[in-house]
Design a protein around this ligand. Sequence first.
Ligand SMILES: *Cc1c(COP(=O)(O)O)cnc(C)c1O
Length: 410
Amino acid sequence: MNLKSDADLVERYGSPLYVYDLDRAVAARDDLLASLPEGTIVYFSFKANPHPGIAEALRRGADSSCKAEISSAGELVAALTAGFDPLDILYTGPGKTSEEVEAAVEAGVRVFSVESVGDLRRVGHAALSQGATASCLLRVNSSGPGATTSIRMTGTPSQFGFDSETLPDLMPELRSVPGTRLSGMHLFSLSNAKDEDSLIAELTHTITAAAKVRDSTGLVPELLDLGGGFASPYLTPGKRPLYGGLRAALEEILDSHFPSWRQGSPRIAAESGRYLVGDCGRLLCTVTNVKESRGIRFVILDAGINVLGGMSGLGRLLPVSVALDGDENGRGSAVANLVGPLCTPGDILGRNVAVPDLRPGDLVTIPNAGAYGMTASLVMFLGRPAPMEITLRRDEVISASRVICTRMQT
Ligand SMILES: *Cc1c(COP(=O)(O)O)cnc(C)c1O
């Protein structure tokens, strides 16, 4: 079906509406692969957007260079639905339960990132019960300062990973867990780096830290997962960065610390959620009301934190930006609080945001909403239906679906 405008799409599928452009996701994947060392595997972090149609687009045509990084039973189903070979799935997370690990092993998953001795034992137990051996990457929380980052994940006390300074003493125990073999390392030190220089600095630090862990533990990695940090604009206009200098910089540092990486020993991997899918999505929504209260203008949208997480659960409130669908000529501009329809003062998408002079019924677009949109939203809160999500290639609608939250008697 060919639908020409956003107004057509909303007329057909309703508002609010997530629109994902699959070609843009594929372009992001190809850009990322081209900016990483030759032969790098990119793991798509389903956390950013578990829509199977998007994941399938990322998988296809990548010759197994794009694999799946998942962390729950739901993401496992999404990855299998998207057609990922279970052997191309990396299962991560600090609190894996026996049940979910067993289900993953039963589905054929064999690669796990493990974060503690107990975690490794659970994975080993599940693997043994299926007569399998799980390949385990040790997630390492490296000590020492890194570069300036947006979300620091290592070097401090954390539920994530093994502290690098105490890992050597644990090695005999870790090496002897039945049903497992230690096949590599997983480091993930930041998300959303502020620019290419800090990304290079951080990943350089990660490679150096991995080499130190190899030297102190004797663990020679077959797979070295460097984590991520690839940035993308979020709910505001702007372009995804291109990392023109990253590949050469990382290849050089790998040459000095892991001289046989070019022969695939270790194989290099990286992870990304937001870079791969952030700019493929936009959220269309409708102004339901505009009002003034004590000198402040409130623009009330039919999409709030039930539809668009804004990562408010993480205590981070970003000013969301909206653009009017169609012609803004003749409209003035205004400053307003953008709020959703929920009965809580917490349903704020942005404070003091510059907006066009909006009126009830206006269709607006929130750009760059492909990552941490639906998946990070409070879908259950206040019982509104989840929005429709559609995938497009050029102007053609490929799929239309809606997540359904419903209570079932058991
Ligand atoms: C969240 C997460 C990612 C993805 O982060 P982005 O900022 O979306 O790229 C990758 N790896 C791990 C281990 C994560 O927890």
